[in-house]
Design a protein around this ligand. Structure first.
Ligand code: UD2
Length: 283
């Protein structure tokens, strides 16, 4: 694809770039929720499809941010407006992938995220995957959108829950996995249709695979969750309890290695890449 084949400005001059370091002035982040419709974050260096990498240094992690999506245009606009400057401040080499479920059948967040992992890897050799809901925005720039030695939970200090962890095994909202970590758990389950349970299932996979969850401290992890009503097509999943009971047994046969879907099209927007898919229906 064209965006990462763009040569770096310095490449022709035979200059070896240093590794990126974080700027010293990271701190509380002023999130803008009132984003005018025509006011898109502008950065001349950014290539189409929502990809960006630092100009003067080499970032060690190549980060795909994957967002499950259907009918949330207003949230996506706010997310993009705030997250591009946030990620660029953190000197990230990243791409934004919005995976849209076609049709009105029950929503399957986890399956869309598995698809995002596969589709992103077709474009670039990403080694870190951040799976993020469309309505969650960090409130502090020290909350690094990076992968770590264990899978990381990044939405544990939400404003709507008074910045407290609701329960110890919570693993929803935003999580970060290296490619190896994600392969080790065989990705998400594909079997959770409707609301709830798929995040707990992923938590069980991580523990079963012998890894632990990492969380940064609650001050720098403060996060905004944009209030919303439950979406039509995402009603409570009545099957989530029985599925969760067998999470450990199922994980090596239900996930990345059993994923099937119909690719419809990819659309390169200025601030993101959207992949439209038909993911079928509950069995
Ligand atoms: C919680 C979790 C979420 C997920 C969900 C249960 C946190 C902070 N969030 O979120 O990660 O585990 O429970 O499934 O722990 N979406 C659409 N269109 C739809 C429906 C959903 O785009 O019609 C996407 C969107 O990115 C949204 C996400 O799916 O942010 C999660 O859905 P939700 O916001 O309704 O779930 P919520 O807030 O209860």
């Amino acid at each position: 694809h064209y965006w990462f084949s763009q040569t770096n400005k310095h490449a022709n001059k035979n200059i070896t770039l240093p590794n990126c370091t974080l700027p010293p002035d990271l701190g509380p982040y002023n999130i803008q929720l009132n984003v005018p419709l025509d006011n898109e974050f502008k950065n001349e260096r950014m290539s189409f499809g929502g990809h960006n990498k630092p100009e003067n240094c080499i970032a060690l992690q190549k980060i795909a941010i994957v967002i499950p999506f259907r009918n949330r245009e207003s949230h996506l606009k706010i997310w993009l407006h705030n997250m591009h400057p946030f990620l660029q401040k953190q000197q990230a080499d990243y791409g934004i992938y919005v995976i849209e479920q076609h049709g009105n059948l029950p929503f399957n967040r986890a399956k869309l995220l598995n698809i995002g992992y596969k589709e992103a890897l077709k474009e670039y050799d990403y080694n870190c995957f951040i799976f993020s809901d469309v309505d969650i925005i960090p409130m502090d720039q020290r909350n690094l959108y990076r992968c770590s030695t264990n899978p990381k939970h990044m939405a544990h200090a939400l404003d709507k829950f008074n910045f407290r962890l609701l329960y110890a095994t919570l693993f929803g909202g935003v999580v970060a996995f290296t490619k190896e970590q994600f392969l080790k758990v065989n990705g998400f389950s594909n079997l959770f249709w409707g609301w709830g349970g798929e995040d707990d299932d992923l938590y069980k996979r991580v523990i079963t695979a012998g890894m632990q969850i990492e969380r940064m401290n609650n001050i720098i992890s403060k996060t905004k969750a944009i209030p919303h009503k439950r979406d039509p097509g995402n009603e409570d999943n009545p099957k989530s309890e029985p599925l969760l009971e067998k999470a450990a047994r199922r994980m090596y046969t239900d996930g990345l290695n059993s994923l099937n879907y119909t690719f419809i099209r990819v659309m390169k927007h200025r601030l993101y890449t959207k992949v439209l898919v038909d993911i079928g229906k509950p069995e």
